[in-house]
Design a protein around this ligand. Structure first.
Ligand SMILES: Cc1cc2nc3c(=O)[nH]c(=O)nc-3n(C[C@H](O)[C@H](O)[C@H](O)COP(=O)(O)O)c2cc1C
Length: 211
């Protein structure tokens, strides 16, 4: 199994990076393969809305997303994290989200009927890490919701959301035992969900072959 951490902050030593890596630790302790990517390392252009991806599930724009698409497709689960920039995700995260539109499919006569390629192949799992400086959750605005709604539309069930408040300076999260534990527990829940999926699949095929 492969687990992908995606960081929407350009601060590589920032709070989002600390917490996404904390959520990946339970997988690493099990010897599972994890990968961490910083969206800022890639040239991710905005979606044109050209709809060329219709039916092909591929984006025509030749930029950094072409490196990220296969990594997403081969990952069993995602830990998606962004700081709050003016009550929402960062511009890097929003560009990334929009460019995943190529993974959506719509009925040709009724666009209210749609699904993602992940749903077509059985669904995936995720957790969300949203970070902000202010103490009140309302000052985080739409950061967590923007990532949750995106992941659900992409066929991921979000098993945990970590809302990390009151973090400003880079690496401040390392001193916040409570939020570190929350991120670790979010990763553990994601891990247990994937382990349960494997158990159910094995039990189901055993039970089916008993007949
Ligand atoms: C452009 C910008 C806008 C921000 N907007 C908000 C905001 O709306 N609410 C908030 O609580 N914090 C806001 N912050 C603070 C960051 O969310 C906070 O410092 C966070 O810890 C940064 O995460 P990082 O260390 O992963 O980069 C903003 C910071 C920047 C640079």
């Amino acid at each position: 199994m492969k687990i992908l951490g995606i960081v929407g902050s350009r601060r590589k030593n920032g709070n989002t990076a600390v917490l996404v890596q904390e959520a990946l630790k339970p997988f690493e302790m099990q010897g599972m393969e994890t990968k961490l990517i910083f969206l800022g390392d890639y040239d991710i252009k905005d979606c044109n809305g050209c709809e060329c991806c219709h039916d092909t599930y591929k984006c025509v724009k030749q930029d950094g997303m072409q490196e990220i698409y296969p990594i997403i497709l081969e990952s069993d689960a995602v830990v998606l994290g962004s700081p709050t920039y003016f009550y929402n995700v960062t511009a890097d995260m929003k560009a990334f989200i929009d460019r995943c539109y190529c993974f959506e499919a719509f009925d040709e006569n009724d666009r209210s009927v749609w699904m993602s390629i992940n749903e077509a192949f059985g669904g995936k799992y995720a957790c969300v890490v949203a970070v902000c400086e202010q103490e009140k959750e309302e000052d985080m605005g739409y950061t967590a919701t923007a990532m949750e709604k995106f992941l659900e539309a992409l066929g991921y069930r979000v098993v945990s959301t970590v809302k990390a408040l009151h973090l400003f300076a880079a690496r401040e999260a390392l001193k916040d035992e409570k939020v570190l534990l929350e991120a670790r527990q979010a990763g553990e829940k994601l891990l247990k969900t994937l382990q349960l999926r494997e158990k159910v699949k094995a039990q189901f095929s055993r039970s089916a072959s008993d007949k």
